[in-house]
Design a protein. Structure first.
Length: 115
């Protein structure tokens, strides 16, 4: 079955960096668009970035220029490099994909930006 497992979250000071990873299984990874979403306390889950199977990317305005999404199809893994982190980036970050018109989510990884 489809599985998405995130890792790499943690506590970081403002201005710092983190790299999140999402390792996938149970589907043809290289053919799928992969997404990163985030959800802050009391807010809706919003898309942060996406990457197509061919490597095309798109970003939310709030993270463009600071975050970079990438993928390694040989490792079935998608990454989110987050630089110049701000307190407002604090959230649970989720990996997402769609297989057979069904959305799948990982369990999420907490990112906290605080001094």
């Amino acid at each position: 079955q489809v599985q998405l497992v995130e890792s790499g979250g943690g506590l970081v000071q403002p201005g710092g960096s983190l790299r999140l990873s999402c390792t996938a299984s149970g589907f043809i990874f290289g053919a799928n668009v992969m997404y990163w979403y985030r959800q802050a306390p009391g807010k809706e889950r919003d898309m942060v970035a996406l990457i197509s199977g061919g490597g095309g990317t798109n970003y939310a305005n709030s993270v463009r220029g600071r975050f970079t999404i990438s993928r390694d199809n040989a490792k079935n893994t998608v990454y989110l490099q987050m630089n110049s982190l701000k307190p407002e980036d604090t959230a649970v970050y989720y990996c997402r994909t769609v297989v057979g018109n069904i959305p799948y989510w990982g369990q999420g990884t907490q990112v906290t930006v605080s001094s």
